[in-house]
Design a protein around this ligand. Structure first.
Ligand SMILES: Nc1ncnc2c1ncn2[C@@H]1O[C@H](COP(=O)(O)OP(=O)(O)OP(=O)(O)O)[C@@H](O)[C@H]1O
Length: 848
């Protein structure tokens, strides 16, 4: 356990005026606030590991605060150094420094490469990355395009930023150039407090891997093949700021809120960690990206130092108090630091060889040939066993790998089954609501695109990582395994205002329970290597039963839908028949006026033919006036009777009106007219005496009556008759319009029914498609499952056999070791005996 090293640095005053108010006084490692007269203000005195006054240099800060961390990093310990403080208090100055006084980062880089030269017995591989957290988004400062990167966590890599560029570097100059390039991409902005204020938190990271050089093959068995991997974070935080003082507005204001919020989360994490392990409870690392990335440095496996920068001006006293309070809390945090070593199999084997060689050396010097031979035999045996053991270990390793692959495969299958289940249940829901079809299809699409992208594990790799020498990173597997994605709170952009700032800087401990928005991670249980095939069977059977049940339900729903669909079709057909009947009716109604007008034209033609025939007969003197009049009368009567019958029949029952009945009436009339015309034409010769007599009789008969009046009366009757025809025609037209409207409505209804029908058909088709897809998937999953079970059974058997073999081998090995030990003891005893008897002179060094 190791405490975090905390220091405070007071920057030189920027104000020209001399102090005439309260001021900060530094005595050794204590800083306290004093009144103008010099008396200390109670409760405002703080002690830290180191305190740097205005005259301090970056060199001294580096020496006291970071040098140890760098040494640790070279030896395999993780390390973090960061600067915290209000805006314009000197964080960037401390971390980056100036040309004349380089800061912590350039000094650290320089020293690391100097040390790699000095540690000539080890070979190093160093990678660097540089990122910023701006408005709660992680951006790569080495590659401008790498923006909004995500944080992930995996067993092998711990917490890491996916997609962050890692450059392999060979010398300090290369790193400083990268830093310079990164600085260009960093977010700075001008505020009232600082013309070049950092608007983001930056993390400069170096990953140092080292391995002892194999330069001593002659048999220095004290060497180890372990690879040390350490991560060094050098962090320049953005400054906490009072909105009122910085005069921030617009973009600056937004940035300020994000900065304050993340620093508040950092403060909360520090407060929680400083509470002591018993009262700690949940540490809200996940509440900000900054704390999530710095998690190992805060209460984890890292040597950590914090330099808290403060401003001496009286106007900043409140902020300085806040920073000092933060520093005091941080001082209480203890980390659990350990070397990060990866032991290779070769290293383990070497250790064993070393033990055997020691044993051998002890026995060396004996002149007894028998013993020598025995030793040789034992050595040979041992080598044989070692070989066997190596083979077995290799086999075991392979088994383990294939087991892991199988586990991974089973996990994938489980996920597929889960996806399928959710798909089927979604389909059930969707059946009840036809409008949800689109979203279901969308889900299907998503699902398929997801399955297409299972190979997208690449995004978790560090894309630009240059290939390291294979031998060097022999036991480091690639990082493509699925990492645990660490969600961060969405509502990060919640306003953090002046009030929040004040709380933060007065050491206010926020209600952490309300901040703990990160739900505890759910542990998904996957079948482990020692799970029995029976358990797997049960598990899969249960899932498949469940799937089948859901499929059955879906089928029932589909059947129900199909039944409804056929009912709709029946209704549709009825409506269509009705519609076609109505259409026919409307068509015949529409034809009535035209047929009427045609008939009228025909009547008119026939009537005019008769009239002209009469006129001709009268002018030729073939027909007497009396005859003409009586014929006209007859013709008129005939015409009206026919018309009356015609219209009465048509209009009273327009439904039964047909072209045939109309033409029959017309034909009768025309025939009658033709016969009159023929009759008139056939009456030849001049008017006879009889005709004249008839004429005179007719004249006598009608001499009192007015002929003109009679004609006028008949004209009136005719016009009234025409008027009534007109009225009936209007009525008919109205009826026709109504029918047309009715027809339109029917047409519209028909169209909508047709649309519904097509829609239902589509739905049915897509449902059928889905069901067939689901069935196919189910079938393929079942066959895959069966195969997996078979493989698993074989695997389990093989594993058992191997375990047995390993046990047998270990027992034999132990037995041989025992034999060797007893032989050694015996040999020693013999020597002792011989020495005691003084029969031979045995050198003291031999064997004892
Ligand atoms: N110890 C120091 N000696 C000399 N100058 C200093 C010192 N500390 C800070 N300064 C100067 O004060 C100014 C503000 O410092 P700096 O930019 O490092 O503050 P900061 O805390 O990083 O601010 P911000 O949070 O706004 O980025 C700079 O001009 C810097 O050169």
């Amino acid at each position: 356990m190791e405490k975090i090293c905390v220091a405070v640095r007071l920057r030189p005053s920027v104000s020209q005026e001399s102090f005439n108010g309260n001021f900060w006084k530094i005595e050794e490692n204590r800083i306290s606030l004093h009144k103008t007269q010099g008396t200390p203000i109670s409760g405002c005195s703080y002690a830290f590991d180191h305190i740097f006054d205005e005259s301090s240099t970056n060199a001294s800060v580096y020496k006291l605060l970071t040098k140890d961390i760098i040494q640790g990093a070279m030896e395999g310990f993780n390390g973090t150094a960061f600067a915290y403080g209000q805006t314009s208090s000197g964080k960037t100055f401390t971390m980056n420094g100036s040309e004349t006084d380089p800061g912590v980062i350039p000094r650290a880089v320089q020293e690391i490469f100097e040390k790699t030269q000095m540690m000539s017995d080890r070979e190093f591989l160093i990678r660097v990355s540089y990122m910023e957290i701006y408005n709660e988004e992680i951006n790569d400062l080495l590659v401008v395009e790498n923006q909004k990167l995500q944080i992930h966590e995996s067993l092998e890599r711990g917490i890491f930023v996916a997609g962050l560029r890692e450059e392999i570097v060979n010398n300090a100059e290369q790193v400083l150039n990268l830093l310079e390039a990164g600085e260009v991409n960093r977010h700075f902005g001008e505020t009232n407090m600082n013309v070049r204020s950092s608007r983001s938190h930056t993390i400069f990271r170096m990953v140092i891997e080292s391995k002892r050089k194999d330069s001593n093959p002659a048999g220095d068995y004290s060497t180890s093949d372990a690879v040390r991997v350490s991560v060094l974070n050098l962090v320049d935080l953005a400054g906490s700021e009072r909105i009122a003082k910085t005069g921030a507005g617009g973009v600056r204001l937004k940035e300020g809120k994000y900065i304050n919020k993340s620093l508040m989360v950092l403060g909360n994490v520090i407060n929680k960690l400083s509470d002591g392990s018993k009262q700690r409870g949940h540490i809200p690392y996940r509440d900000s990206k900054l704390t999530r990335i710095l998690q190992p440095a805060l209460g984890g496996n890292a040597k950590t130092s914090i330099v808290c920068t403060v401003a001496p001006e009286e106007v900043h006293i409140e902020e300085t108090k806040g920073t000092l309070y933060f520093a005091s809390r941080a001082k209480r945090i203890t980390n659990c630091v350990q070397v990060n070593e990866i032991l290779t199999d070769a290293a383990l084997l070497k250790r064993q060889k070393l033990e055997i060689e020691e044993l051998r050396r002890k026995l060396e010097g004996s002149h007894a040939e028998v013993l020598e031979q025995e030793i040789l035999k034992l050595r040979n045996d041992l080598l044989k066993y070692e070989l066997e053991r190596e083979n077995l270990e290799m086999e075991l390793e392979e088994e383990r790998k294939s087991h892991e692959e199988r586990d991974q495969w089973i996990k994938e299958q489980q996920m597929k089954i889960e996806n399928l289940s959710s798909l089927v249940s979604l389909s059930n829901r969707e059946n009840n609501n036809s409008q949800g079809q689109d979203s279901l299809r969308h889900n299907l699409k998503e699902e398929s695109s997801e399955s297409n992208s299972t190979s997208r594990g690449d995004i978790f790799r560090t894309p630009c990582l240059k290939a390291a020498p294979k031998s060097f990173v022999a036991k480091r597997s690639d990082y493509s395994a699925l990492p645990d994605f660490s969600p961060l709170p969405d509502a990060f952009s919640n306003v953090v205002d002046e009030d929040a700032w004040l709380k933060m800087n007065k050491g206010y401990v926020a209600d952490l329970d309300s901040l703990q928005s990160t739900p505890a991670g759910k542990v998904q249980s996957f079948p482990t290597s020692d799970i029995t095939s029976g358990c797997l069977n049960e598990m899969y059977d249960g899932e498949i039963q469940d799937l089948r049940r859901q499929l059955k339900l879906a089928n029932e729903k589909i059947n129900d839908l199909e039944r409804k669909h056929s009912e709709q079709i029946l209704l549709n057909q009825q409506l269509m028949a009705e519609t076609s009947k109505l259409q026919q009716e409307a068509r015949s109604i529409r034809e009535i006026p035209q047929s009427l007008s045609e008939s009228l034209v025909n009547f008119k033609d026939s009537y005019q033919e008769v009239l002209s025939a009469l006129q001709k007969s009268v002018s030729d003197g073939k027909l007497s006036t009396a005859k003409m009049l009586s014929t006209m009368n007859e013709v008129g009567e005939q015409l009206f009777t026919t018309l009356e019958a015609y219209f009465t029949m048509d209009l009273d029952d327009k439904r039964s009106f047909t072209e045939n009945s109309a033409s029959v009436q017309r034909k009768i009339f025309i025939e009658r007219m033709n016969s009159i015309t023929t009759l008139l034409g056939s009456s030849e010769g001049p008017i006879t005496e009889k005709d004249q007599e008839e004429n005179s009789m007719y004249s006598n008969r009608h001499k009192d009556s007015d002929l003109g009046g009679e004609i006028a009366t008949s004209k009136e009757a005719m016009s009234s008759e025409f008027n009534s025809i007109k009225e009936r025609y209007c009525v008919l037209e109205e009826d026709l319009n109504t029918s047309n409207r009715l027809l339109e409505v029917m047409k519209y209804r028909y169209d909508s029914l047709e649309r519904d029908f097509l829609h239902l058909k589509d739905e049915r088709d897509s449902l059928l498609q889905m069901v067939s897809e689901s069935s196919q998937r189910l079938a393929s999953i079942s066959s895959e499952k069966e195969n997996a079970l078979k493989d698993l059974n074989i695997e389990v058997r093989r594993r058992k056999n191997l375990d047995g073999e390993v046990k047998r081998f270990t027992a034999t090995f132990a037995c041989r070791q025992g034999q060797l030990a007893s032989f050694h003891n015996e040999f020693k005893a013999q020597l002792e005996k011989l020495r005691a008897h003084g029969s031979i002179s045995v050198p003291k060094s031999l064997g004892c």
